[in-house]
Design a protein around this ligand. Structure first.
Ligand code: B3K
Ligand code: ZN
Length: 903
């Protein structure tokens, strides 16, 4: 967040090893909100592999009081923000360096480094926050042993936590006390953490498979303990899962999670002391929805899994971020799937993950911030905690798992072997993505992955989403089916020309009745199985299937086996066959989405008025009715299939976007589906309502999702029929609901159908939950994302900013109102009078002065401005220029705006 001078790009090719190693760090904190004193005693030694050079320590917003070398005063100088020591003793002997600084946590609104939230102290060091605590070699390849002593007022800060084991604690003079923590594991400083405040803990002792005992703790503010059971259950499940699936045990006596309401992102994997956004810890049936419960399970898992993938083996430099993030997202996705249970519930999770990837990551890959999974340069590393590093990174790992199989060894087993080798080789090290890929391939020498590894790694170096074009030719006489797969990839910033990727394509063939056909490629002695992985490595390749008795319907990219844009150009008849019969649940869902998308796109491209000619035809509506009424499909799957592609996803398919038109078409489609299936929705609402006690399991959650959708559709349909019955029922359901999922669904049904009762229900909702910050976030978000009619949303958002509960300083609250409007409500944001863009530019500038990381995320709302139709585009351009013209911008926001404006 450097504001002085010109921010320069850091380049991956410039990496050099550190000039010094730091073996031990002994930190003593005297905690005081306005002036915390930090005594930092380090033992360093020169990296003798490099020529003798000065020690340059990173620091930011620190007041330097003293520097001692081996106990004596020394000369030093400042170079920008670095503390430079030029005269350290030569030779390999250890050097004792003592640095005394102070900082001001109360004034720290950026929420990186050491900050105060609700009178407690918290830290956030990844990626470069440790330098705001003390002078240090703030880079992940410097791993040290940490000892931390915390001192503070005992009444104000009864709980004093840091990484590792508590070795000593006691009282001091003047009502103060101390705690001393020793972390038995070496770690980079980005994994350092401290917490001090009035906190209470839910505790659980567990036994590992090998019989070792561990203490798990979830710390929250007093009053929130009744919302910690699910987080604790998720943590216990995570520990058990990593041990069973990957043989990775908990390596600490004590594992702590602490929740804070002021947090820039979801959570942070500090060694043994994870710090979480309250949103991803606190849940009880009355305040949290099924989606919240699911997110908590997945993020608790994610941070826990980092203990091995990220903490035991960390990144050599921040360009390797996906080494830990892509891999750990892959692990948390697998964990959630395993927790979900049935194959249908697994598919539902996969569909949700792919939906996020395709709407958000594909858009990033096609926009000004496009970057490879392993970027080549950055200005501000915080801007690269992106869906590309995380979600696409996870897909890259998933493809490695797919390709790690060989004769008699499943991909999953091969991948597990690869992980084992990765830990044998690199435990305790800071490594690169190459090291990871090499270990997976080396453990599976017979696999396709080993054969294509150098080319496979194009996924790490090349940005942009590949297009996969497929074409099938059936020869009835020869009974052959020739499937041609071809790929291309558009230019991205800095990468005009692309080379072919390795694309694993899971596929099968169905006959027109929907039966799976046995698969036999030319050259194979006999048919085997109904599912194959074809591996495309060239620009174009053909695969010939023989003994194909009738014209087949291809089911391609099953389970979404590669992060590509599939252009299969299937006919409606083929898509309907897949929707009704494919054995791959993902592709069933995908066929339904494709049918809806094709209809939306034809209407938009024809410039047709959806109010005059219906967008959906009988074939589509009948197919959706069949899905909704299907006796065997799970409720969660039905809900996903009946949900139309989002406005954002539709927009991505167009070369030029009029957000108002996209909105009108999708709204018309929804209205039509609501009307045409009215009787079916009414049936589904009654059929799927859950009446017993609340449980967040996948089956009950799916039922609530579907009955909630049915209620919303019935309220939407009631708009035309002017029948008040369903809105009344929704209001009733809202009032009597015994869990937040049903209550919020009922409230949303009234808001999205714009019924007069919505106002009253919103007021009741606020009154009921006025003391529950996370629920009030939902209240703001729902209003900011409400469907726009006549432009009422923006004035309502401006008014809500004046609400006593609103503050820009709390990231959750800022996201709930401002981001929900700018990023999750395209038709309300892309106003023809440009007022949405003006609002955006004001908020980006305002937020940047408080919290650059959050501001830079908001800045991304304009990423796709060049795709907009001309009138919007020029207004968006002006808004971007307005922000760019500000002299006082953080490097975070400056980088995003500069890239958005670059040609
Ligand atoms: N590693 C952290 C993210 C840190 C973001 C810093 N701007 C959380 C996670 O991915 O688990
Ligand atoms: Zn992570």
């Amino acid at each position: 967040m450097y504001r002085e001078g010109q921010a320069t790009a850091i380049r991956r090719e410039d990496y050099t090893a550190p000039a010094f190693w730091i073996d031990t760090v002994d930190l003593t904190f005297d905690l005081d909100p306005a002036k915390t004193r930090v005594l930092n005693k380090m033992r360093l030694r020169r990296n003798t592999d490099l020529p003798t050079q000065a020690l340059r320590l990173d620091g930011e917003e620190l007041n330097l009081a003293r520097v001692l070398v081996n106990g004596a005063g020394t000369s030093f100088k400042m170079d920008g923000r670095q503390l430079v020591l030029e005269n350290l003793p030569e030779g390999p002997e250890p050097i004792e360096l003592e640095i005394f600084t102070t900082c001001n946590p109360a004034k720290n609104t950026s929420l990186t480094g050491l900050y105060v939230s609700n009178d407690s102290f918290f830290t956030q060091c990844e990626a470069e926050g440790f330098r705001r605590i003390t002078y240090f070699l703030d880079r992940p390849d410097v791993m040290a042993s940490f000892t931390v002593t915390l001192r503070g007022d005992k009444r104000k800060y009864p709980v004093l936590l840091s990484n590792g084991n508590l070795v000593e604690q006691g009282d001091l003079e003047e009502g103060r006390h101390f705690a001393k923590w020793v972390d038995p594991h070496k770690k980079p400083c980005y994994l350092f953490a401290l917490v001090a405040g009035q906190l209470v803990a839910r505790e659980q002792r567990i036994l590992s498979r090998t019989g070792t005992e561990h203490l798990l703790q979830v710390f929250v503010r007093p009053g929130d303990l009744d919302k910690t059971e699910h987080a604790m259950n998720s943590l216990m499940a995570s520990v058990a899962w990593d041990e069973t699936r990957f043989g990775l045990p908990l390596d600490l006596e004590r594992f702590m999670i602490v929740a804070t309401s002021d947090f820039n992102m979801g959570a942070m994997e500090n060694k043994g002391l994870n710090i979480f956004n309250t949103k991803l810890v606190l849940a009880n049936p009355a305040t949290a929805t099924d989606v919240d419960f699911g997110n908590i399970e997945s993020v608790v898992g994610h941070e826990y899994f980092h203990n091995w993938t990220g903490n035991r083996i960390t990144c050599r430099d921040w360009f390797q971020l996906s080494l830990k993030e892509g891999l750990t997202v892959f692990r948390d996705q697998e964990f959630s799937q395993d927790m979900a249970g049935s194959s249908s519930a697994r598919a539902v999770k996969r569909i949700e993950d792919v939906r996020l990837l395709r709407t958000v990551q594909f858009a990033e890959d096609a926009g000004p911030m496009a970057h490879p999974v392993r970027p080549d340069s950055y200005v501000e590393i915080n801007n690269f905690y992106s869906v590309t590093i995380y979600e696409k990174g996870s897909e890259v790992v998933r493809m490695m798992q797919t390709l790690a199989g060989s004769e008699g060894v499943s991909g999953r087993a091969g991948f597990a072997q690869g992980m084992k080798l990765y830990f044998e080789r690199h435990d305790g090290q800071a490594v690169t993505c190459d090291d990871f890929a090499q270990a997976i391939a080396d453990a599976n020498p017979q696999s396709e992955l080993a054969r294509v590894l150098p080319q496979f790694k194009v996924w790490y170096s090349q940005a942009g989403t590949p297009r996969l074009m497929t074409h099938g030719e059936y020869n009835a006489e020869a009974q052959t089916y020739t499937l041609t797969l071809a790929q291309s990839c558009l230019a991205t910033p800095g990468q005009p020309d692309k080379v072919p990727f390795v694309i694993p394509v899971n596929m099968g063939l169905l006959d027109t009745q929907g039966h799976a056909l046995p698969l036999q490629l030319r050259g194979e002695a006999q048919a085997s199985g109904h599912n194959r992985t074809l591996v495309l490595t060239q620009t174009s390749e053909s695969f010939v299937f023989v003994n194909v008795a009738s014209v087949p319907v291809p089911s391609l990219l099953r389970e979404f086996s590669a992060p590509v844009l599939l252009e299969a150009n299937l006919t409606d008849a083929e898509l309907l066959t897949l929707l009704a019969h494919d054995s791959d649940a993902f592709n069933r869902w995908e066929a339904g989405q494709r049918l809806a998308l094709n209809r939306a796109l034809s209407c938009i491209r024809a410039g047709a008025d959806p109010a005059l000619s219906p967008v959906l035809d009988e074939a589509y509506i009948t197919a959706m009715r069949e899905v909704l009424r299907h006796p065997d499909l799970d409720a969660a799957f039905k809900e996903l299939t009946l949900t139309l592609p989002s406005e954002g996803y539709i927009a991505e398919q167009l070369t030029e976007v009029d957000p108002q038109q996209v909105h009108a078409v999708r709204e018309a489609m929804r209205g039509q589906l609501a009307q045409a299936l009215q009787a079916d929705w009414a049936w589904a609402y009654e059929q799927y309502r859950v009446t017993g006690p609340y449980s967040p399991d996948a089956v009950s959650a799916g039922r609530r999702a579907l009955s909630g959708m049915a209620l919303a559709m019935l309220c939407v349909a009631a708009r035309t029929s002017k029948d008040g019955m369903w809105p009344d029922k929704a209001y009733q359901a809202f009032m009597v609901a015994h869990n937040m999922t049903d209550r919020f669904n009922a409230l949303s049904a009234l808001v999205v159908s714009r019924h007069a009762l919505a106002k009253e229900a919103l007021a009741k909702f606020h009154a009921l939950f006025k003391d529950e910050a996370l629920v009030i976030d939902k209240w703001f978000a729902l209003q900011a994302a409400a469907p726009d009619h006549g432009g009422q949303v923006l004035p309502s958002v401006r008014l809500l900013m004046q609400h006593p509960d609103f503050t820009l300083r709390n990231p959750n609250r800022a996201r709930s109102l401002i981001f929900s409007y700018c990023s999750a409500n395209p038709a309300a944001f892309h106003r023809t009078d440009a007022a949405g863009y003006v609002f955006w530019s004001e908020r980006v500038i305002e937020l940047d002065a408080i919290n650059p990381q959050v501001a830079a995320r908001l800045a991304r709302a304009m990423d796709r401005w060049r795709k907009l139709a001309p009138a919007y585009r020029s207004a968006a351009h002006m808004a971007l220029e307005r922000v760019a013209a500000k002299a006082e911008l953080s490097s975070d926001v400056r980088e995003v705006i500069t890239r958005a404006l670059a040609e």
